[in-house]
Design a protein around this ligand. Structure first.
Ligand SMILES: CC(C)(COP(=O)(O)OP(=O)(O)OC[C@H]1O[C@@H](n2cnc3c(N)ncnc32)[C@H](O)[C@@H]1OP(=O)(O)O)[C@@H](O)C(=O)NCCC(=O)NCCS
Length: 97
């Protein structure tokens, strides 16, 4: 998994949102290698969505990237994530279905 290596490289750019019971309800992983910043693994627990947690996680990651003078960012997502979100068609299906 990517969590262990991330804890040894810019661990402060791995953000975890917790609720009052300290249960994990959101994550965002960011990185900056000197050219542009990246966001990965943005996710909010299904029952906590549409309450601005995703926005807060991105804002917190942007704040950390800005401290490093990061001039621009991109959002990284896998094809599987985009298919799940309905942005890409499933493999084998023609575009637009
Ligand atoms: C994407 C995700 C992180 C958003 O988290 P969230 O906490 O619900 O987002 P917020 O409440 O902070 O909303 C932020 C903005 O995104 C919009 N938004 C959130 N979910 C949306 C959806 N399904 N469709 C359209 N807009 C959406 C909100 O309306 C808001 O915009 P606004 O302030 O202009 O109204 C969450 O839906 C999620 O975990 N999805 C599954 C994992 C995923 O797809 N991650 C992205 C990897 S590709």
């Amino acid at each position: 998994m990517d969590i262990e290596p991330k804890l040894s490289v810019q661990p402060e750019l791995f953000l975890v949102g917790v609720d009052a019971d300290a249960d994990i309800i959101g994550t965002a992983m960011a990185g900056y290698a000197g050219h542009r910043g990246w966001f990965n693994y943005l996710a909010v627990a299904p029952d906590k969505r549409r309450s601005a947690l995703g926005r807060q996680l991105i804002h917190a990651a942007e704040t950390e990237l800005t401290k490093r003078s990061c001039p621009k960012t991109e959002f990284a997502s896998s094809g599987r994530q985009r298919r799940r979100a309905g942005v890409l068609p499933k493999p084998g299906l023609p575009a637009g279905r």
